[in-house]
Design a protein around this ligand. Structure first.
Ligand SMILES: *Cc1c(COP(=O)(O)O)cnc(C)c1O
Length: 376
């Protein structure tokens, strides 16, 4: 197997996951509820220093959808969202018939610019539309400038829904991503820092919010012997099997973060002689889980991030451009945008390198050798 593909970010089991799954089978808890679901929620709450309440759901996208509902977003509303992100940050705004208002990134974290956020709010207020929520994203695990974003949000009294899908374990001055906003989402999709094969969680400041999320996620059944409904419900709860994987994964989360962080350090050192390649530093007090190792390529030598991507692909190594900003996506072409071209420029120059916590040293040296050869 000389030519095994090197993936961008693949699942990495710790070993204990299968015990929790076996327990679920043995006790016949093969359902979207059960002891693993409760246990996984408690594990996540403990990990977040018991500062938040967690509802385990079927995906991170479902968490954003329910989060927006809990914040009262309805058809015709506007919701501010970071432009540079995965479409799942913004799609739930459209599910609700609301309009996304996109905001540019700033260069220190690649995440929502607090300045352009305020500019957007002021402009929308002038149109007579007060945004219903703000969705900053901790892209690739790097925390957004939450202190500054929260200051703006508090000034205008707009709730914050943090998209922490990529940032479990990242922190600012020891405070975890997911514990800054009123609500946050986590994702446990197959490519994320830990996986449940597919899954997510809603993280809430208020216990009533987490309880209401569970209620809505389980078809919104009111208390009655028959099926009585006063709310539109969803089928968004996490299954006990998936939660069992999650319980096992929680035991290796910190190890995975250290491995992902050491990938980035490996790239940084092995490619330090190539001045056209740069990596994002952590601002003081910030800790990124380095979900993906991303580089920005200065194209002045004639080599672009696409040259590198093609060359890696030819050697069976998966890499990917950075997220294409939402305001440049055909689906959101009519949405308002506030900012300049920071996120567009990042998209035009950036590349995500293989970043799995299960990468071998041989993989990393192969990747950096291919890149070094391109510049030779
Ligand atoms: C993965 C991801 C999501 C969606 O999570 P799913 O569990 O895949 O639904 C949302 N936002 C961002 C930034 C993501 O990377």
């Amino acid at each position: 197997m000389v030519n095994n593909k090197i993936w961008l970010s693949s699942p990495h089991m710790g070993g204990e996951e299968i015990e929790y799954i076996k327990e679920a089978f043995d006790s016949n808890w093969v359902a979207p509820l059960g002891p693993n679901v409760t246990g996984f929620e408690q594990d996540l709450e403990a990990y977040l220093h018991n500062k938040r309440y967690v509802a385990a759901l079927s995906s991170g996208t479902a968490a954003i959808h329910l989060g927006l509902i809990l914040l009262g977003v309805v058809a015709g509303d506007e919701v501010i969202c970071q432009s540079m992100t995965f479409s799942a940050s913004a799609n739930p705004i459209a599910y609700l018939g609301a309009t996304p208002v996109f905001v540019d990134s700033e260069p220190d974290t690649w995440n929502m610019s607090p300045e352009f956020l305020e500019e957007a709010i002021i402009a929308r207020l002038e149109y007579g539309k007060k945004p219903k929520a703000i969705i900053p994203v901790h892209l690739y695990g790097m925390p957004a400038k939450m202190q500054q974003i929260l200051a703006v949000a508090n000034k205008y009294e707009i709730p914050v829904l943090e998209d922490a899908a990529e940032a479990l374990g990242s922190s600012i001055n020891g405070e975890f991503c997911g514990t800054f906003g009123d609500i946050a989402c986590l994702s446990f999709n197959g490519n994320k820092i830990i996986t449940t094969s597919g899954g997510g969680a809603l993280v809430a400041k208020a216990n009533e919010m987490a309880e209401k999320a569970v209620f809505l996620a389980t078809q919104a059944r009111d208390q009655a012997p028959h099926y009585e409904h006063t709310h539109i419900g969803y089928n968004y709860r996490m299954s006990n099997i998936c939660a069992g994987i999650g319980r096992g994964q929680m035991k290796v989360l910190d190890k995975h973060i250290e491995l992902r962080r050491s990938n980035l350090e490996y790239y940084r050192q092995a490619l330090s002689h190539i001045k056209e390649i740069s990596f994002l530093d952590e601002p003081e007090g910030y800790k990124s889980n380095r979900w993906l190792s991303c580089a920005v390529i200065d194209p002045s030598s004639g080599i672009s991030q696409e040259t590198i991507r093609f060359e890696l692909n030819a050697r069976n190594i998966e890499s990917r451009p950075l997220w294409k900003p939402m305001h440049l996506q055909p689906i959101f072409r009519n949405a308002p945008y506030y900012g300049e071209n920071t996120c567009e420029e990042l998209f035009n120059k950036g590349i995500c390198l293989p970043s799995g916590s299960n990468l071998a040293n041989d993989d990393l040296s192969k990747i950096t050798r291919v890149i070094t050869e391109i510049y030779r």
